[in-house]
Design a protein around this ligand. Structure first.
Ligand code: BGC
Length: 594
């Protein structure tokens, strides 16, 4: 499955390839007389495709604008495009330079792209003209052939050169950024962990040290985080240093500063507000500088995973009764902010965007899942590259839902003539774990038009649920007895989310752990708090507040936790701050054990 994802921005080209009934990846190369070369890559989806075109000028410098022309061999029809102005008459296409990029020095390149529909066969253009001169003959794009992109059963070659994508070219957009890469170790996090390990000592200290060997995400949780301390460039420079030796490094950056952030809760409220021009500030003061830094060619060899806006769109599905969510919805701030972020970030070939999809215990009911897929899909489709703006989706971000509810594999199993999913803990939600949930969400997104190569991520940083209370089987004559004896998710209520006592570190970050999944990841760094446990006098300087769900003595009476205690640990500091007691508990309850 991983072979089917478009290699965006790569220099090499591939044949039109039919693999297990799926049209996957196609591109063609044509080169100049000397004058120009064109790398034309196609990502095939249901009844259409996206083309990413790189034009290279091999002739004299061009200053007054350029036009690239070609003829489609078939019924291809451009529906929308970017980074050029397209005109199509019948099969003939012209792509004119945008006003902001009208010059092209000798050896300079222009990249552009478009979405198109077609019927029948999607054969590739065989010839291109730059300002009236046919490309061909000059230096060609790379023609190395590797087997990492597709396995060919039938191929139609319509151009002079055909290759599959070479994944190791720095800056190439590979199918799964985690495959063959090592994860970035954030030195600031490593210091927190190792200091506590030293102070703790003994066997527990040794276990703690092992945590520091795993990659965690870097959170850009406010405008100031871009430059404060190590800052984004400091992390990227360090990631470059860690890539010495040749293995590519994947660094995960969490984009997390939408106006009205965390709109249904208080713990992670942010600095920007819709009512205070927050969307404009988000674009200009937050996304633009991040995109500018990530686009620095110096960082091209890094695989930069962008985790885009945790908890945002899911809140627009289930929490519109909360005023801040309603405002984020009616103003369009969340949707437009995410579209802006995706448009900017997807233009950088070594950035991989993953969108948050909540978790099984939040959106698993069909009444939530259907509208979530619609909202999230439509949001992404409104970004510049549409469905190709993202590489996949991430579930369980900063949450504690198990990857596999191993003792309860079948939600429809009947006990005492009731289905397990009717148990009080599941409330008819048919998704008990993240593996089933992610698989279903992936299928639904593909049905909604996304490429079949999209990959899922599960945040396993705190979903281990090991330790002495982990059940090894299920038994009982009623559904509730059976479910409560067997579930490894020991939360008091499935809606609890803050600093859960009893939760443990889960599976270590792993690339391609199962079909359809790009990786298990640690996005929430284990040991960083979800929210402050005690009441505060209003927000702190970053906007964070006390949420009752972080108070261990609070017994909610709404849908958040159905009147159960919150299960939150006492003594926790503000969201994001280092919480040694929380870290210790996560290590003690790790599964697999450290
Ligand atoms: C906080 C962020 C923090 C992140 C990782 C979130 O809950 O709001 O400030 O960076 O967790 O710990």
């Amino acid at each position: 499955m991983s072979a089917t994802k478009l290699a965006r921005g790569g220099a090499a080209a591939a044949a039109l390839t039919l693999c297990a009934g799926l049209l996957t990846l196609a591109s063609t190369s044509a080169s100049a007389a000397p004058g120009c070369s064109v790398d034309y890559q196609v990502n095939q989806w249901d009844s259409g495709f996206t083309a990413n075109v790189t034009l290279k000028n091999l002739g004299d410098p061009i200053s007054g604008g350029w036009t690239l022309e070609w003829d489609f061999p078939g019924t291809q029809k451009i529906t929308n495009g970017w980074s050029a102005t397209y005109a199509q008459s019948g099969q003939h296409v012209s792509a004119k330079s945008p006003s902001w990029a009208s010059s092209l020095p000798t050896g300079g390149s222009a990249t552009m792209g478009f979405n198109a529909s077609y019927s029948g066969t999607n054969a590739l253009p065989t010839s291109f003209k730059l300002n009236g001169n046919t490309c061909g003959g000059g230096p060609t794009s790379t023609t190395t052939s590797t087997s990492t992109s597709t396995s060919t059963s039938t191929s139609t070659t319509t151009s002079t050169t055909t290759t599959t994508t070479t994944p190791d070219n720095p800056g190439d957009h590979v199918a799964n950024p985690y495959a063959g890469a090592k994860g970035y170790l954030n030195p600031d996090y490593v210091t927190n962990v190792n200091s506590l390990a030293d102070a703790t000592g003994g066997a527990l200290g040794t276990s703690m040290r092992k945590v520091a060997q795993n990659s965690t995400a870097v959170w850009m949780d406010r405008i100031g985080a871009i430059t404060a301390g190590r800052g984004l460039t400091g992390h990227l420079d360090e990631a470059l240093r860690q890539s010495a030796g040749g293995t590519p490094v994947v660094i995960q950056v969490v984009v997390y500063d939408l106006p009205n952030r965390d709109c249904a809760a208080l713990a992670s409220n942010g600095e920007l507000k819709v009512s205070e021009n927050g969307l404009a500030r988000y674009k200009a003061e937050y996304i633009d500088p991040i995109a500018a830094i990530l686009a620095d060619p110096k960082y091209r060899s890094l695989r930069i995973v962008a985790i885009v806006e945790p908890d945002s769109l899911p809140n627009l599905v289930t929490n519109l009764s909360k005023p801040k969510c309603a405002e984020a919805n009616t103003s369009g701030a969340y949707v437009q902010g995410i579209q802006y972020a995706l448009s900017k970030l997807s233009a950088i070939s070594n950035v991989y965007n993953y969108i948050d999809i909540g978790h099984a215990g939040w959106l698993g009911w069909d009444t939530n899942m259907g509208p979530s897929v619609t909202l999230i899909a439509n949001t992404i489709k409104g970004a510049t590259k549409g469905v190709n703006s993202i590489d996949g989706f991430v579930s369980n971000l900063a949450n504690t839902s198990p990857t596999d509810e191993v003792n309860l594999p079948d939600p429809n199993l009947t006990v005492g003539s009731q289905q397990l999913r009717s148990a009080a803990f599941y409330q008819w939600n048919p998704y008990f774990d993240e593996a089933d949930y992610g698989t279903e969400m992936r299928n639904r997104f593909i049905s909604a038009g996304f490429p079949s190569g999209i990959g899922m991520l599960i945040d396993t940083s705190r979903n281990g649920w090991g330790g002495p209370n982990r059940p090894t089987g299920a038994s009982g004559s009623t559904v509730d007895a059976y479910v409560n004896s067997g579930r490894i998710d020991r939360k008091l209520h499935r809606g609890n989310w803050c600093n859960q006592s009893g939760a443990g570190i889960g599976a270590r970050p792993t690339a391609a752990p199962r079909s359809g999944f790009d990786a298990y990841v640690w996005i929430k760094p284990p040991g960083e708090s979800d929210g402050i446990a005690t009441k505060t006098d209003g927000p702190n300087e970053e906007g964070k507040q006390h949420d009752p769900m972080c108070d261990p003595t609070f017994r909610g009476d709404d849908q958040a936790n159905g009147g159960n205690l919150t299960g939150a640990m006492a003594g926790a500091p503000h969201a994001g701050s280092w919480f040694p007691a929380g870290f210790t508990s996560l290590v003690q309850n790790a599964y697999p054990a450290l």
